[in-house]
Write a protein that binds this ligand. Structure first.
Ligand code: 13P
Length: 252
């Protein structure tokens, strides 16, 4: 079975509610241009989820969130639970993004707890992994990705792992305009699939979509998406313009 191509916009801390609704409408209006084997996702901030949910309802665009907490509920000021996301119409949740790791104390252990909790609530986790520039320069790319991957999937069954999506985001390529070369991205992602094969066997590893993320744009998407182990994109900056976001999907 061919893997699905998953093109997801991560809007990060951008757009007010009315701006998010406007952007979602523009994405929905262009969504039919994307090839049929592509799954489209938009991930606004929490406060925009319910309004954007109304815009994407009944369309081929699905709703994603940018993070969640691993507990069911309780005294966790500022946090959002999996059940709350589900109740807002969310289908996917981005977990372990490098900005969460760098600025907000995310660890492999918290990514694991969140991934398990998301799966428990039938949310599809988009599990992010990726090395820092210093780690790549020290030839530790594979080591870092393997550690993050094994950390995130600890104790998760093959059946559950098969429902997830992975995003390989080399940290040095995020928001910098420095896209990884197609060779660098393919090499890292083939390695990630090898680790998945070791954990879950080839059949499961073959169906998990692995996205590339980091300065992906319409003009570099086609080359990246043509690679054997690149099954989509997790897109920051370029997802804030409907035309660019759909332009990336056209490369699939
Ligand atoms: P940019 O596309 O802005 O580099 O961001 C990538 C990213 O972090 C998506 O999660």
């Amino acid at each position: 079975m061919a893997r699905r191509i998953v093109i997801a916009g991560n809007w990060k801390m951008n757009k007010t509610v009315s701006e998010a609704v406007e952007l979602a409408k523009a994405v929905v209006a262009k969504a039919s241009e994307a090839p049929a084997n592509v799954d489209l996702i938009v991930s606004p901030t929490y406060v925009c989820l319910t309004e954007v949910a109304k815009v994407v309802a009944g369309t081929r665009v699905a709703l994603g969130a940018q993070d969640m907490h691993w507990e069911e509920s309780g005294a966790f000021t500022g946090k959002i639970s999996a059940a709350m996301l589900v109740s807002a119409g969310v289908k996917y949740v981005i977990l372990g993004h490098s900005e969460q790791r760098q600025y907000f104390g995310e660890t492999d252990e918290t990514v694991n707890k969140k991934t398990r909790q998301a799966l428990k609530h039938n949310l599809i986790p988009i599990v992010c992994v990726g090395e820092l520039l210093a780690e790549r320069e020290a030839a530790k790319t594979n080591e870092v990705n393997e550690r993050q991957l094994k950390g995130a999937y600890a104790g998760i069954s093959a059946e559950d792992a098969a429902k997830t999506v992975i995003a390989y985001e080399p940290v040095w390529a995020i928001g910098t305009g420095k896209v990884a070369t197609v060779e660098q991205a393919q090499e890292a992602q083939a390695f990630i699939r090898k680790v998945l094969t070791g954990l879950y066997g080839a059949a499961v590893a073959e169906i998990i979509p692995i996205q590339y993320g980091g300065s992906m744009k319409p003009d570099n998407a086609k080359g990246l998406l043509a690679q054997k182990d690149i099954d989509g994109g997790l897109i920051g900056g370029a997802s804030l313009k409907a035309e660019d976001f759909i332009g990336i999907a056209l490369g699939a």
